[in-house]
Design a protein around this ligand. Structure first.
Ligand SMILES: C[S@@+](CC[C@H](N)C(=O)[O-])C[C@H]1O[C@@H](n2cnc3c(N)ncnc32)[C@H](O)[C@@H]1O
Length: 392
């Protein structure tokens, strides 16, 4: 499949190249932000599974450069236009930018918004990541306990002491985001299982650094029993919702869980050696109305059943609780402007259009070694000498 064909079949892939994003995933975070206002009052963020770095780019542009996107960007343009027309502002630049607004499908931006003080962004991935302005990048495995001290040190380089590593940073973070995905095998159950392990690891890292009231956003695969996972998240977050941005293909099982209002249970000590829920009961914040301590029963067939208690009094039916039952169903929202591109549609492109190269090709993709071996064998990427002769 050529770049041009992919440009037609994947509007967000094309847009990402045109608008300078390293990956089409940038639009997922931007559309989630439009719905949930994720970046409001946020200065310290951890971006897990961050390579090639489009989410970190969004963070850098919003938090460090002070840019606004989507509806916020549009509102800012409108305000600047109004101020210019009414003579409040002398600057015509932003008005010109507004007048020159491009196609409605893209998420438009406006610069010169307010900058934030004390911004810190730490990005972690197994793969190396090219540097980004204001982002500290770490190459590490989020499922490994050794990543915690690395992350804490990156968050507080001045105050962190290796001699007394603690489980929480001196200044905790406002937001943890995770777009973690395994190399998909196509075996749905296996992919969902590995994905849930990544989500679990991301949550445990988030518990180590989030401040009370903080937010956690993570990719999930909507598999069987995913609502059990949401119910567990509900014990440590006041609000848990699931969202599907328009830039995420409707045909994929991917969605994002958006958790707000972190409420660590009293006395809770986060640790990756003894992660949340592993072999023990899940903590429930003291005084949580309607919440009971969950119980864990190992059945004769080895299956572990976790009874999460009855939360129906706390949230009511609108918040996704089945009346009279312990099963809690997270509200599901579609997000992204309706005029935005449909990620499952194919769009015709002008004949003379030049297909752009990706902004940031993978630095060390898992298939790199295979390509190198093939090159050594055949002298050309993608073809061995034998193949070339056969085709000639
Ligand atoms: C969909 S990509 C993330 C895209 C990224 N959010 C962006 O906007 O560019 C998924 C990433 O998860 C990373 N990943 C998978 N397992 C991981 C692990 N155990 N630890 C750290 N990163 C992991 C992969 O290396 C891959 O870069």
């Amino acid at each position: 499949m050529g770049k041009s064909s992919k440009d037609k079949r994947d509007a967000y892939y094309r847009l990402a190249k045109e608008e300078g994003w390293r990956a089409r995933s940038a639009y997922k975070l931007l559309q989630l932000d439009e719905e949930f206002n994720l970046f409001e009052d946020v200065t310290r963020v951890v971006d897990l599974c961050a390579a090639p770095g489009s989410w970190s780019q969004v963070l850098s542009r919003v938090l460090i450069k002070g840019e606004k996107f989507g509806r916020a960007g549009w509102e800012q343009k409108q305000k600047e236009t109004r101020d210019y027309v009414l003579g409040v502002s002398k600057s015509k630049k932003s008005v010109d930018t507004a007048a020159a607004g491009e196609d409605g499908g893209a998420v438009q931006d406006v610069k010169q918004a307010e900058k934030r003080e004390g911004v810190r962004i730490v990005a972690i991935d197994l793969q190396p990541m090219s540097p980004l302005e204001g982002v500290t990048t770490l190459r590490a495995d989020i499922t490994h306990p050794s990543t915690v001290p690395l992350m804490l040190q990156a968050l507080d380089p001045d105050t962190y002491s290796a001699a007394s590593p603690t489980s929480s940073p001196s200044a905790p973070v406002d937001l943890v985001i995770s777009d973690g995905a395994p190399d998909v095998t196509g075996l749905h159950d296996l992919d969902i299982y590995v994905q849930s392990q990544l989500l679990w690891a991301a949550l445990n890292l988030a518990l180590c650094v989030l401040k009370p009231g903080g937010k956690f956003v993570a990719k999930i695969f909507r598999g069987k029993d995913v609502d059990l996972l949401f119910a567990q998240l509900k014990h440590v977050f006041a609000r848990v919702r699931v969202a599907k941005p328009r830039s995420s293909r409707a045909s994929s099982i991917e969605a994002f869980v958006v958790c707000e209002g972190f409420r660590p249970p009293e006395g809770f000590k986060p640790s990756l050696e003894k992660p949340l829920g592993a072999g023990t009961t899940l903590p429930v914040p003291d005084g949580t109305p309607g919440a009971t301590q969950p119980s864990r029963v190992v059945r004769a067939d080895g299956v572990v059943e976790i009874d999460l208690g009855d939360e129906s009094e706390e949230e009511g039916v609108e918040e996704g609780v089945e009346e009279g039952g312990a099963r809690w169903i997270a509200p599901f929202l579609a997000c992204g402007d309706l005029s935005a591109y449909d990620s499952d549609a194919t769009y015709a492109l002008p004949k003379d259009r030049v297909s752009l190269d990706p902004v940031q090709p993978p630095t060390a993709p898992p298939y790199k070694r295979a390509l190198e071996m093939r090159k050594m064998a055949g002298g050309a990427y993608g073809k061995t000498k034998g193949q070339e002769r056969k085709e000639a």
